[in-house]
Design a protein around this ligand. Structure first.
Ligand code: NAD
Ligand code: UGA
Length: 458
């Protein structure tokens, strides 16, 4: 079949896989290929067991794979054959050298740029899909054009705003698509090419364009603002616990002001996920580099409050359970960093599990999607940890349940049955405020929500 356009995506991860599946699904006239250096990941994209869990994704991949969506490891061929190249490789926090623990590690990014330069034989539009420090496109352009071989490259910034667990919905019906370009005739022409792809299913007013630096920066700032709301409400949850105010009531009252809005105001055990922390730290690093220390301190505070919230949760457990957890069986309900994903990257549950093991507690971990990733995440921890799929079996014989992930299924469990199977006194620490606390108290549990008075029988 003759396709109207050939599109390549380098990086078959949480972003590359779903975004390209959606483009292929909405645009049967384009050929979309996704490549990766990791052959196991590619093999799973070509199997019935996709490498990531995302509601609705299996159906889409099944519809388009082999039709106009292809996964393979031949990066060189992919580059040669395509007109538009999305790059969605990982950009983790640097763990070595200057900027360690703060700056973005751009090694995967730069390797990709060099590979495109070496394999390209004709004009390419290169699209930054990964989240990158502002001004990365300049470095990209310099690498791409350094061979002086007459091949033209236009670099665009098109950050991805999907959230895990709702990726398919976010891609199908995005709040906005942002495309940043150079404001030269060639830059604008390249931008229009990308606009045309999204215009296949996204309405015109939702496709916004900007200069390339604004686009790069907007992605970091979007994540920083979202995370800042969570730290803001979490900081207030601590005050609620001291004053008998109720964080759910405060958050509802504040969020009903249409200027504030009600989203991202759920208090909990702190934000996780692969991006919020890394992107804020990257923003902090850029600010410090630019001599903007006050601004850097302000944004660093968002991460500090997040750490404080996790630590507070542990200290509350310790104090509620008579200041010792040694030998006690604690069941973690959920391990994913949020519901509807199997992803455990930066999940608050990792730190909490580690701290509970330090206190010599025995852990039983249950999660409908994330047990395999949980085992990997905790593989360095020496302690008594069991992984149990069924939440009833997991909770049986435990002294306490701590809710780590807001999976809907937990609210619907038969807690009378669970209570009967647990050691007494039985405790529930609802780190996500998703359970019916009054009812649990009536059943006999000692209940410790976040940012609300505890309900105890003592
Ligand atoms: P990921 O780790 O799941 O996937 C990245 C993939 O890139 C991996 O499979 C890796 O093998 C591959 N890769 C690395 N170097 C390569 C190379 N030289 N050639 C080919 N493949 C290579 O990461 P992700 O979660 O998809 O995130 C990718 C980028 O998107 C990051 O910058 C992230 O900040 C951003 N982002 C992520 C999300 C999210 O929900 N995960 C949302 C928006 C933006
Ligand atoms: C986030 C952003 O929402 C996406 O727009 C962005 O594209 C993505 O990061 C990225 O750049 O990687 P994601 O991390 O997948 O998406 O999930 P979120 O829904 O934002 O949740 C992040 C964390 O915040 C989770 O641990 C979640 O439980 C927590 N959270 C969220 C709260 O504690 N309270 C809330 O009210 C909302």
């Amino acid at each position: 079949m003759n396709f109207k356009k050939t599109i390549l995506c380098i990086g078959a991860g949480y972003v590359g896989g779903p975004t390209m599946a959606m483009i292929a699904y909405k645009c049967p006239q384009y050929k979309v290929t996704v490549v990766d250096i990791n052959p196991e990941r590619i093999a799973r994209w070509n199997s019935d067991d996709l490498p990531i869990y995302e509601p609705g994704l299996d159906e889409i991949v099944k519809t388009v794979r082999g039709r106009n969506l292809f996964f393979n490891t031949d990066i060189e061929k992919g580059i040669k054959e395509s007109e538009i190249i999305f790059v969605s490789v990982n950009t983790p926090t640097k763990t070595y050298g200057t900027g360690a623990g703060m700056a973005a590690d751009l090694q995967y990014w730069e390797k990709t740029a060099r590979q495109i330069r070496e394999s390209a034989e004709s004009h390419k539009i290169v699209v930054e899909k990964s989240t990158l420090p502002v001004k990365t496109a300049l470095a990209m352009e310099r690498i791409l054009t350094s061979m002086n071989n007459g091949i033209r490259f236009d670099v665009l910034s098109n950050p991805e705003f999907l959230a895990e667990g709702s990726a398919v919905k976010d891609l199908e019906d995005p709040d906005r698509i942002l495309i940043g370009s150079r404001e030269t005739p060639e830059g604008l022409k390249a931008r229009d090419e990308l606009v045309k792809i999204y215009a296949n299913w996204v309405s015109e007013e939702r496709i916004i364009t900007s200069n390339i630096w604004s686009s790069e920066l907007s992605k970091l700032v979007s994540n920083a603002f979202l995370a800042q709301r969570i730290s803001s409400i979490n900081s207030i949850s601590a005050l609620c616990e001291k004053t008998d105010a109720d964080i759910t009531e405060v958050s509802r009252a504040v969020g009903m002001d249409s200027r504030v809005g009600n989203k991202f105001l759920n208090a909990g055990i702190g934000f996780g996920g692969s991006c919020f922390k890394k992107d804020i730290l990257n923003l902090v690093y850029i600010c410090r580099f630019q001599g903007l220390d006050e601004m850097a301190d302000y944004w660093e505070g968002v991460v500090k409050i997040n750490d404080y919230q996790k630590e507070r949760f542990i200290l509350n457990m310790l104090s509620a359970m008579f200041n010792t957890l040694a030998g006690k069986r604690i069941c973690l309900f959920g391990f994913a960093f949020k519901a509807n994903t199997g992803d455990t990257r930066e999940s608050p549950a990792i730190l909490i599990a580690g701290r509970l093991v330090e206190e010599k507690a025995d852990l039983i971990i249950t999660d409908p999607q994330a047990l395999k990733n949980a085992m990997t995440a905790l593989s360095d921890i020496n302690g008594q940890i069991n992984y149990v799929e069924d939440p009833y079996d997991a909770a049986a014989g435990c002294d306490a349940i701590a809710v780590m992930t807001e999976w809907d299924m937990y609210a619907g469990l038969d807690f009378e049955k669970i209570y009967k199977s647990m050691t007494k006194p039985a405790f529930i620490f609802d780190g996500r405020n998703i359970l019916d606390h009054e009812k649990l108290f009536e059943i006999g549990f000692n209940v410790y929500p976040i940012g609300k008075p505890a309900l105890t029988h003592f």
